[in-house]
Design a protein around this ligand. Structure first.
Ligand code: ATP
Length: 149
């Protein structure tokens, strides 16, 4: 089905804005141009919300979450960068595993099943795209998503 990816990104960011505000986190969003594509709108929305929810959840008060969406000729690139707790090099290879939760996350009281990123990866791959994470402990995390157009 034809969808506007830029709109899905903007709507997801708007939806998460309140959550960010409550935590005194600045949520920035930069979209350079309209991105028409054929995709499953509901799934892409779920993907965005999952990644944004993690960025906000694992970023302490006063932090920043930045979303950048860039259109290229045959693909769209999305980056979600946070100034959060980061992921250790030991944990990083496992974050896409089902039910995997990092040490800090495991000891948290609040919910979380460890399925979020496993589902996110599944959604990206179903659309023929790629997802990867870069992270530095105590500095922040960057999620890169590429989807073909
Ligand atoms: P949920 O299913 O509610 O999303 P979760 O956040 O624990 O629970 P995933 O989204 O799959 O599960 O993430 C897996 C693990 O990766 C998390 O437990 C956390 O340790 C780590 N993680 C994911 N995103 C970030 C992030 N932005 N910053 C730091 N750690 C992260």
């Amino acid at each position: 089905k034809p969808v506007q990816f830029d709109r899905i990104v903007q709507e997801s960011v708007n939806k998460m804005q309140m959550l960010a505000e409550v935590k005194d986190i600045i949520l920035h969003c930069g979209i350079d141009s309209p991105v028409p594509m054929v995709a499953d709108e509901e799934r892409l929305h779920q993907l965005l919300v999952t990644v944004l929810d993690n960025a906000i959840k694992y970023t302490p008060e006063g932090g920043v979450v930045r979303v950048v969406c860039r259109k290229y000729t045959h693909s769209v690139h999305l980056e979600v960068e946070d100034t959060g707790i980061g992921i250790s090099p030991d944990n990083l290879p496992h974050v896409f595993d089902r039910f995997y939760r990092g040490d800090k996350a495991r000891t948290r009281q609040e919910g979380g099943t460890g399925l979020g990123l496993a589902i996110a990866k599944w959604i990206v791959e179903r659309h023929g795209g790629k997802i990867r994470l870069e992270s530095k402990l105590s500095t922040g995390t960057r999620v890169y998503i590429t989807l073909p157009l």
